[in-house]
Design a protein around this ligand. Structure first.
Ligand SMILES: [Mg+2]
Length: 195
């Protein structure tokens, strides 16, 4: 509980510091972007060498053990294009089943780091990949966790504005996260416009 309060306090402090950057990320993002609409070729053209994927909402609905089946072709194309050592999974819920799934591809899940929005996971990835922060791209569906961590670590971010939601399977947690996303978008839209 104390850690959660600390993380909330840190998030609010960083939200204040990076409010303009977050608003810019949100404003410049397409409104209904799904992961498989992200062009791997475009990322490469932009100079992205390391791709970091969030899990919940991005690769699957909340709490799922493995990525959604219809995203596997995109995921495999991504691993082929970047190489397994330059693709990372950074989830605040690094479940064993997820780690085992990606291990088959040689893709690493980051564990034992402070949760986003702490930049620790991204900093660990920068160190492991041997690339500069500018060559790293995080793909995430949350502004106050993933996108904020990216701002702090100075890495680029692709905001998934149309996350995967399976309301019928986990109505309580999905509604909770839908509310969070709605709230954080509104907050950042308003707060980011303040001086
Ligand atoms: Mg997520």
């Amino acid at each position: 509980m104390q850690q959660l309060l600390k993380r909330i306090h840190f998030s609010l402090r960083m939200l204040h510091r990076y409010r303009h950057a977050l608003a810019k990320i949100y404003d410049s993002s397409p409104r209904h972007l799904r992961l498989d609409q992200v062009s791997i070729a475009t990322l490469k053209l932009k100079g992205v060498a390391v791709l970091v994927l969030d899990f919940d909402g991005v690769l699957a609905a909340h709490g799922e053990r493995e990525p959604a089946e219809d995203l596997v072709p995109w995921l495999e194309a991504c691993i082929n294009s970047f190489g397994p050592k330059q693709v990372f999974i950074l989830s605040n819920k690094p479940l064993e089943s997820r780690i085992a799934y990606f291990k088959r591809y040689g893709v690493r899940c980051i564990v034992d780091v402070k949760k986003k929005p702490y930049p620790d996971g991204l900093q660990k990835i920068i160190a492991l990949s041997g690339q500069a922060a500018e060559a790293v791209m995080l793909v995430d569906d949350r502004l106050l966790t993933g996108a904020l961590a990216a701002c702090i670590a100075e890495v680029s971010v692709t905001y998934i504005s149309h996350p995967i939601v399976l309301l019928s399977k986990r109505p309580v947690s999905e509604l909770f996260f839908m509310t969070l996303r709605f709230w954080e978008r509104g907050l950042i839209s308003l707060y980011g416009r303040l001086g």
